[in-house]
Design a protein. Structure first.
Length: 222
């Protein structure tokens, strides 16, 4: 997986090519079943959709869409599990069942409504908005937030957490940037989580994600 570079984001635009990573800084989306890989390419017609795969089938949906040429992202981390009495280190979804899909609205509709192979896939809806039909629309994550989320989770660090807000104790309201280490470039707020100083980021309507421990020397205010 490619290393992510530092980023300067401007505003909350979803699609402007001037916002966020250069294309070659994104991790490549790879289909584990047939070896197909898809590199990120900024496109003004595409958005970051959030989709839900029932019964833990996010990998199956991911492999299908990547095989179809669509860039997808699943946040994962290393965890230790006992399998048949033996301890094994495995990659596990940080936010179970969720897939982040960078595609057009038309292609997203095709995946959700007209693709039998992934009929178990549904939109993750934005429950804080209503469309013209007075229904909750599909959630679209602003591009700057999505880039920050990828930057915080691409390393699969075992200490990354999907945080319960009640267990997140902010030190101040200041926004900070991590300037060194594996989380370099991540922007968020300093908080004490699980007894350690970490940087916590917010992902639209989904929740909070914390990095692993971050030394004070690795943080600057922005």
């Amino acid at each position: 997986m490619n290393t992510l570079s530092n980023v300067t984001s401007r505003g909350d635009e979803n699609n402007s090519p001037s916002v966020g990573f250069a294309p070659d800084a994104f991790p490549v989306a790879e289909n584990a079943e047939n070896g197909v890989s898809v590199e990120y390419a900024p496109d003004s017609e595409k958005c970051w959709f959030v989709m839900r795969a029932s019964y833990g089938r996010e990998d199956k949906a991911y492999n299908y869409m990547v095989g179809d040429g669509t860039y997808c992202y699943i946040a994962k981390r290393w965890v230790d599990r006992y399998v048949m009495g033996k301890r094994r280190r495995v990659l596990e979804a940080l936010i179970p069942n969720l897939i982040f899909v960078y595609t057009t609205k038309e292609k997203a509709e095709t995946y959700i409504k007209d693709t039998p192979e992934i009929s178990f896939l549904t939109y993750y809806y934005n429950h804080f908005e209503l469309n013209n039909e007075q229904k909750n629309p599909p959630l679209i994550v602003p591009r700057s937030e999505m880039e920050n989320f990828i930057r915080a989770t691409w390393s699969h660090n075992e200490h990354i957490l999907f945080v319960d807000p009640a267990k997140c104790h902010y030190k101040s309201g200041d926004m900070v940037r991590v300037i060194e280490g594996v989380f370099q470039g991540v922007e968020g707020k300093v908080a004490r989580v699980a007894g350690q100083q970490r940087v916590v980021i917010s992902l639209s309507e989904i929740g909070l994600i914390s990095t692993a421990y971050i030394p004070t020397a690795f943080i600057e205010k922005i």
